[in-house]
Design a protein around this ligand. Structure first.
Ligand code: IMP
Ligand code: MG
Length: 337
C-alpha cells in the first residue's frame, strides 16, 4: 500500500514536476495523478537526452513508460491544454480525467485577463482558473464527463487512486502551486491562488483516503522565487539574479520570476506545520551553490550544502532524501532517509 504526495513548501516553481517524474521512474509507479488548482501550473523538466518537457495539465509521471496518468476531480481542466499534452506526449492510451472536473472555457480566460484586480493586484496567470473555479462553486460550470473532447477519457479518478494506493503498487499525487499561495492559508490575501495547495488539499483534489497516504514529499526550493504580487523575504533585484546566473522565467506566462537570496526558516516551519512532510526534496541546489551544478554523486556535496541540509532537516524534522542539482532529470542525488 503506498501513496506519495508531492507538495511545494513556498510559492511554487520548485521542480515538483521533476520530482514527480523522478519518483515515478525510480519506483515504477502505477499511477501519477495531478492535484492542485489547474492549468495555472507549469512544470518543466529536461530529459537526459535533452528533450524539454513543459506541462500544465497532466502530471509528468508519464516519463516512466509504465505509469498511467490522471487528473483529480478537484483540478480545473482546460480541454485545449489537455488535448495538446495528450498529443505531444502521446498519452491517449494511458490517461484518465475525472468526469467531475470543472472545465475552463475561453470565456473564463478572457474574463480573467480583463479583470484588473486579478491581473494587476494579484498577478494572476491569465489562464482562466479563478473564474472557472468561481463558476464551479456557483454550480454552473461544465464538467469533463459532458465535454465532447474530454468525455472519451473521463472516469472516476478517486476510485483508481484508492484502488492503486491499497494495492502493492505506488500512486504519486503531484500538487501544484505552493503552500504559501494557498487561498485560505496565505498571509498575503488577495495575493494567493484560487484554492489551497497543501498536502491535505492535494489528497482532497484526487479523493485519496488519508489512511492510504504513506509519504508526503515536501519540495523546498533552496533559493525561493515568487511570480506575481505579494511579499518575498530576502528578495534580490532582477539585475542581481542575472549577474549570478540564476534568473528564471515562468513556464506558463514567461514572466521573470522574482528571486530570493535564501530560505526564510520561519515560513519553512509554517509550511511544515501545514503539510506534515515525511521527506524533503531540496531543489535548485545549483542556484545555492553553482559548484554543484549537475552533480549526481553524494561525494560532490559541499560543506555549504551539507550545512543547508542540516538547517532544513532541523526546521522540518524530516530527512532530505533528494537533492536537485540541475535541469536534467538525472541531475539528482538520492540520500538515505
Ligand atoms: P492565479 O492562480 O493564476 O490567479 O494566480 C494567482 C497567484 O498565484 C499569482 O501570484 C500567480 O503568479 C501565482 N501562481 C499561480 N499558479 C502558480 C504556479 O504554478 N507557480 C507559481 N505561482 C503561481
Ligand atoms: Mg482543491
Amino acid at each position: 500500500m503506498s501513496a506519495t504526495i508531492i507538495v511545494d513548501a513556498l510559492w511554487g516553481d520548485s521542480g515538483k514536476g521533476k520530482v514527480c517524474a523522478q519518483q515515478s521512474i525510480r519506483h515504477d509507479a502505477e499511477l501519477a495523478v495531478r492535484a492542485g488548482v489547474g492549468t495555472n501550473a507549469g512544470a518543466s523538466v529536461t530529459t537526459d537526452d535533452g528533450r524539454l518537457i513543459k506541462a500544465r495539465q497532466l502530471p509528468t509521471g508519464w516519463l516512466n513508460p509504465g505509469t498511467r496518468v490522471a487528473v483529480g476531480s478537484g483540478v480545473l481542466v482546460d480541454p485545449e491544454v489537455f488535448a495538446g499534452e495528450l498529443d505531444r506526449f502521446d498519452l491517449a492510451d494511458r490517461v484518465l480525467v475525472d468526469r467531475r472536473c470543472a472545465v475552463i472555457t475561453p470565456e473564463h480566460i478572457a474574463a480573467e485577463r480583463a479583470d484588473a484586480h486579478l491581473m494587476a493586484t494579484v498577478g494572476s496567470t491569465g489562464t482562466g482558473n479563478g473564474p472557472a473555479r468561481a463558476d464551479f462553486v456557483l454550480r454552473r460550470a461544465g464538467q469533463a464527463g459532458d465535454h465532447p473532447e474530454l468525455a472519451p477519457y473521463a472516469g472516476d479518478v478517486a476510485v483508481e487512486v484508492n484502488r492503486v494506493a491499497a494495492s502493492d503498487r505506488l500512486v504519486i499525487i503531484e500538487g501544484s502551486q505552493g503552500t504559501l499561495l494557498s487561498l485560505a492559508f496565505s498571509a498575503d490575501y488577495p495575493c494567493a491562488t484560487s484554492d489551497n495547495c497543501t498536502s491535505a488539499a492535494a489528497m482532497d483534489d484526487v479523493g485519496l483516503n488519508w489512511r492510504l497516504a504513506t509519504d508526503v514529499i515536501m519540495v523546498v526550493k533552496a533559493m525561493p522565487s515568487r511570480v506575481g504580487e505579494g511579499p518575498l523575504p530576502y528578495e534580490i533585484s532582477a539585475a542581481e539574479a542575472q549577474r549570478r546566473g540564476i534568473a528564471e522565467h515562468g513556464v506558463v506566462t514567461g514572466r521573470p520570476r522574482r528571486k530570493a537570496d535564501r530560505l526564510d526558516l520561519e515560513l519553512l516551519a509554517y509550511a511544515t506545520m501545514l503539510n506534515g512532510p515525511t521527506k524533503i526534496a531540496l531543489t535548485f541546489i545549483d542556484h545555492f551553490d553553482p559548484s554543484m551544478r549537475g552533480a549526481r554523486d553524494a561525494a560532490a556535496i559541499t560543506p555549504e550544502v551539507r550545512q543547508l541540509i542540516g538547517r532544513v532537516e532541523a526546521v522540518t524534522g524530516a530527512p532530505v532524501t533528494l537533492l536537485d542539482t540541475g535541469h536534467r532529470l538525472g541531475d539528482v542525488i538520492e540520500l538515505a532517509a
